[in-house]
Design a protein around this ligand. Structure first.
Ligand SMILES: Nc1ncnc2c1ncn2[C@@H]1O[C@H](COP(=O)(O)OP(=O)(O)OP(=O)(O)O)[C@@H](O)[C@H]1O
Ligand SMILES: [Zn+2]
Ligand SMILES: [Zn+2]
Length: 842
């Protein structure tokens, strides 16, 4: 039999299956989805089996055999391999990149060379043409004749020649294996002896000297439960050696067992029972339950205002799905994957929940992943990549806060979890629920297009199957949405208030302090930087390697580049005009915190931003403290806007609403509206009514006006007008190609060639531009133009944008165009990065 293998070299030239013979010993073990080591260009590389065939396409005698099988259970299933093929095609990336994204990082092994003495050489030392006193040889014998080559090299750097010679003669054999970066964690565990009566009898007669050993044996007789060796030693205040002594006497047994890392171990999750659904929830649930029972693929957009009880609907829909003996995946934005969220799922489904997110160690993530694959979990809750959870029978995939841009991966494979989820649901006959209080325009339009007659690009995830809209317009228990006040900061300045807090927000905070209620303060930092500027000449400090302002870090008094890490000292005088009036501008969270302390002496503030949440578990710690009312104010960036549900929060303040409004991104208004609506939704979710104060310099902007009135519909109406006029998604689709290289001329030249090739290919295929024809099917090639960040890490960046509509095969044309630019090595002379359906235009 033949294995078709995709080797783990992410390049265009190797992006196809290569055939290998399956050795007899491995037959039956190698499957589609298996991870193997295969000889390739003089090395052994890791690869995935994507097909098994009876015959090779090349001369069978030239076929090399698969060198090793890396796992006994294949890490990928055939349906995931197929999904990978779809991703590679849609997002223009090598198949290996797509497949690698589906497995935990702990499984991404690296090649490792092992040398061992050949049988003959080991038996017959004289047969070796190396002096017996060679230290490396002595070492090798001590190690039982085998050692990692890297270790040998490290210990005996001078021995390279004689080791190589020995390999050349065949007295040393080299074997290349791919070791996982991380294996299953093993612990030594103590078990009671199988023959308890015999032990009892022996103990009765044993000498008094081995008191501690007897104690250990006695303990195991009384406690039938196995216990880790270290724990037993500690409990008995003795050494592990003593317990091993008892083992030697046969009084107990010590075995190696696998320890599973459970990041939530020891945390009691109070069991929750399903709530009685409100009328609105019930109507939605009924629809979902029916679809889950049907087991045919469907997509729903659940548009429920903040606090409408979407999570409870998810929980009960999952329950329904589990009853059918099918599994469920819940995707949550990384930033919202708070303990609060995890608790809700663990509380309902207990141990059947596996949690996958980036704050887990790679070992923990590996164990959670295996819990899914081995069928010990039925619900996976996780960030973007949890869409690849290795379940066998998926019945339901929920994407909470579906509008979040973090569902799009920014590195290759640049997939969107929403689209992947829809594809995966099709494979499994599963239901997809996209939930949000502020659905993305793409999803909303897809779910209403059939009814409203909107003609759009119509290829989005939701559009494929005609998504159905499920509205939940009211909060549970008739609670009102909070009142939103918009404060015009220009008026504040006119009236002589130069503080970053308007009089209203100041007043609001004061009242909360008096009443012992809590406030959430959001500093909108998107598009905001804390930069250093000279007030005399306007000079701003720039990174010497990237065309971007340096960011000021107060703690270290240093200027740092967020793209390349370049750091320098804060300047004392302006490098341009030598003025001393150079200082840092901008409102970082640190400055807000200082200002709060000044204005409200004794105020207790928890600050959450990238600086205070780097440590593992810090996120969780801050939120627990806030939940316990150990602070008056939770101050933070975007991360305080999502998913939090605290009963004593009655005020939400937005310090600078419009910093994100003027970004050079066609989604700027949409993102601002979403952020404001989401953060406003944190207030007054329980008995106490809430209030929101939004500070802005653009009070008449429709994004702000709509957020103020909780009016999603009017926002969408206005925004769609702009999108249609500018021909942006959802009225077309985009592919962004970024070219980068150290040489500017090369980048521009290749950019011109690429754009030219694309235009020629389009013309040859009979595809017109948007200004010709009726606009229902077109493709425009824009650029090349300098990227918004024109230089990064000393590399110049130019971009081309494909704007298209209808079935034009844009990704395919792009691949062809790039292939035309490729040199003899199969690669174009500059780096090209392709982003299909880009979320970040920056
Ligand atoms: N049927 C119900 N009866 C009583 N309380 C409910 C019910 N459903 C939900 N709740 C409560 O209402 C509150 C808001 O619900 P939930 O957090 O699920 O809203 P949401 O729609 O997910 O909001 P957001 O989009 O703001 O995160 C929660 O405290 C939840 O426990
Ligand atoms: Zn100056
Ligand atoms: Zn830089």
């Amino acid at each position: 039999m033949i294995a078709r293998v995709i080797v783990d070299v992410p390049s265009r030239a190797t992006d196809r299956p290569f055939d290998y013979a399956i050795p007899d010993a491995m037959a039956g073990w190698v499957e589609v989805g298996s991870r193997v080591g295969v000889p390739f260009g003089g090395r052994v590389l890791q690869g995935f089996v994507v097909g098994i065939a009876p015959f090779a396409e090349v001369d069978a005698r030239k076929l090399k055999p698969v060198a090793e099988l890396l796992d006994h259970l294949p890490p990928l299933s055939p349906d995931l391999v197929e999904l990978g093929q779809w991703i590679a095609e849609k997002y223009c990336c090598p198949l290996t990149t797509a497949l690698q994204a589906m497995i935990p990082s702990a499984l991404k092994g690296k090649a490792d060379s092992v040398v061992r003495l050949s049988e003959d050489a080991a038996a017959e030392p004289d047969g070796l043409f190396v002096a017996e006193e060679e230290p490396w040889l002595r070492y090798l014998r001590q190690q039982g004749g085998e050692a990692r080559l890297a270790l040998l090299q490290e210990r005996f750097p001078e021995a390279a020649a004689s080791v190589k010679a020995a390999i050349g003669r065949g007295t040393l054999e080299e074997r290349v294996s791919i070791r996982d970066r991380l294996a299953v964690r093993k612990v030594l565990t103590v078990y009671p002896s199988e023959d308890a009566d015999a032990v009892r009898a022996e103990l009765a007669n044993a000498s008094a000297r081995a008191a501690k050993q007897r104690e250990a044996a006695q303990y195991m007789l009384e406690h039938a439960e196995p216990i880790p060796l270290a724990a037993l030693a500690q409990a008995l205040a003795t050494t592990t050696g003593t317990i091993r002594g008892a083992e030697a006497k046969g009084w107990l047994a010590i075995r190696e067992t696998e320890q599973r890392r459970d990041p939530y171990a020891g945390r009691g999750f109070g069991k929750t029972a399903p709530l009685r659904l409100t009328e609105g929830q019930q109507a939605v649930y009924d629809e979902l339950a029916k679809a889950v029972d049907d087991a045919s693929p469907r997509v729903f957009l659940l548009h429920g205002v903040t606090g409408s009880g979407k999570t409870e609907v998810y929980l009960q829909a999952i329950e329904r799905c589990l009853k059918d003996d099918r599994q469920a995946i819940v995707l949550v934005p990384e930033i919202a994957l708070t303990p609060q969220m995890v608790e809700r799922f663990k509380g309902r489904f207990g141990d059947a929940v596996a949690v996958l997110h980036s704050r887990l160690s790679s070992g923990e993530r590996y164990d959670e992943w295996r819990k899914i694959r081995e069928g010990r979990a039925e619900v996976a809750v996780g960030a973007r990549s949890a869409v690849f959870a290795p379940f066998k029978r998926i019945g339901l995939i929920i994407i909470d806060e579906e509008h979040e841009s973090s569902y799009k991966q920014e590195e290759s494979p640049k997939y969107h979890a929403r689209d992947v989820a829809v594809r995966r649901a099709n494979q499994h006959g599963a239901v997809v629920v996209l939930g949000s209080a502020t659905p993305s325009l793409e999803s909303f339009v897809a779910a209403t297009a059939s009814r409203g007659g909107l003609e759009t690009a119509g290829e989005g995830a939701a559009a494929k199957r005609g998504a159905s809209l499920l509205p939940m317009p009211d909060r549970v228990a008739g609670r009102p949405l909070p009142k939103v006040h918009v404060v015009d900061m220009r008026d504040e300045l006119k009236d002589g208030n130069r503080s970053m807090f308007s009089r209203q927000l100041h007043e609001g905070l004061l009242r909360r302090l008096e009443r012992g209620e809590q406030s959430v303060l959001l500093l909108n930092r998107r598009g905001y930087s804390t930069f250093v500027m000279c007030r005399s000449c306007g000079y701003t400090a720039q990174c010497p390697h990237c065309d971007i302002s340096l960011t000021y870090h107060q703690k270290s008094r240093a200027l740092r580049c967020h793209y390349c890490g370049h750091a320098e000292q804060e300047p004392k005088a302006c490098p341009s005009c030598e003025s001393e009036h150079i200082r840092f501008f901008g409102t970082g969270t640190q400055r807000v915190e200082e200002e709060l302390a000044k204005l409200f002496p004794g105020i207790r503030v928890i600050r959450m931003d990238v600086d205070t949440t780097t440590e593992k578990g810090s996120h969780e710690k801050w939120l627990t403290q806030f939940g316990n009312r150990e602070a008056d104010v939770l101050l933070g960036t975007q991360m305080v806007a999502k998913g939090l549900d605290f009963p004593y929060v009655t005020l939400v303040g937005v310090i600078a609403a419009d910093t994100s409004l003027h970004l050079p991104d066609f989604r700027a208004a949409e993102k601002t509206f979403q952020l404001l609506t989401q953060v406003a939704g944190r207030a007054g979710r329980h008995e106490l009514p809430g209030e929101v104060i939004v500070q802005t310099y653009n009070p008449e902007h429709y994004a702000i006006v709509s957020a103020r009135h909780h009016d999603y519909a009017s926002f969408v109406r206005e925004e769609l007008k702009h999108r249609r006029f500018m021909a942006y998604p959802p009225f077309c689709r985009l592919i962004l190609v970024t070219l980068s290289h150290e040489q500017l001329a090369l980048v521009i030249g290749e950019g011109e060639k690429l754009a030219g090739a694309l235009r020629d290919l389009a013309r040859a295929a009979g595809i017109r531009g948007s200004d010709e024809g009726d606009g229902s099917r077109f493709m425009d090639v824009l650029g090349p133009v300098a990227s918004p960040i024109p230089r990064m890490k000393d590399r110049y960046r130019f971009q081309c944008m494909l704007k298209y509509r209808g079935n034009v095969g844009a990704a395919d044309l792009l691949q062809q165009a790039i292939a035309q630019l490729a040199g003899t090595n199969g690669q174009p002379p500059v780096t090209m990065s392709v982003d299909v359906d880009p979320q970040m235009i920056l």
